[in-house]
Design a protein. Sequence first.
Length: 358
Amino acid sequence: MSEPRALFLNMNGSGMGHLNRCLAYARRLQGRMKPVFFSLASAIEVIEHMGFEADYFVSHFWSASPTFAWNSELAIRFGMVLERVRPAVVVFDGTWPFQGFMTACAAYGAPALVWSNRGLLKPDAGAVPIDVGAFDLVIQPGELNATREKSSIAGSGNKIVVPPVCLLDETEILDRASARRELELSEEGRYALFSLGPGNLKDVSGIGHALIRLCQARSYEVVWARAPISIRDVDLPAGVKAVSLYPLARYMRAFDAFVGAAGYNTCCEVVLAQIPSLLVPNLQLVDDQAARARIVATLAPALVSSCESEAECRSAIDTLLALPAAKASARPHAIRMDGARLAADRICALAANAEPAP
């Protein structure tokens, strides 16, 4: 008997968060279900590299079509995928379940519908006008201080809060020596890794250049991680090495310092890697990256700065590069990071109780 299928639809955000969480769930489903992807993020090669089948549909952020036309096309395209894949469970990860997605699922009669919906939104974030009762399960990937919770939602479904959802387990992260060998970095060199996001929705070059100059002035070699979904390359200063690494967490311990945005993925990875880190929150997004970064600073050798002025940049880099000595006695906190496994278990249980479409 063939494995039941789980069909994932991830929206395209400012970074890789939505796709990353779906991949995290999918990896823990292997051997129990067959994950298939319908991605609005363009990093299809990342999905296929991990061994999963994937289709791509252009995000409404980059489409020239009006909203109604885009949703109409989405409904048709996703409906065709539903007919071909015949999933036992459909999992959507995003802040806003699109009308075209909901229409296709309603028309097809998807046996089980899951919404993976990250929390920690700013107080002024608008409510999403979606009937939560349309979902059989709502998964909230927890922040780094989250406790496991379960509650009922309208209808027959449940909402669960799980511990942080990470693509990799801690055992999959390379140690310093192994990571440096794989990246062909000198054993004796001093390296700073930068990952400030793809720059699609916010220009990161200004802050990046200022922080790079300060690191180079202190004799650090800078490595710039290019995001898989970036639509344009950041013009980098001389001497900066650009790399394309995914998942980035696997290699983070190769570096003496890390400078990055405070997205969900990055914050989880900093806590796993436990390397000195500077987190620069993106204040333009609906999630409260500043609050998330402050949580990280209690769990890892990390500091938080908006780096909006030369003085802030200089102070942040001075503090960052002093962190190894200041926190030499710090030990990783015993915090659960197995949210992806727990979520996958619930998805499997939901599939077992659902009747596949004929």
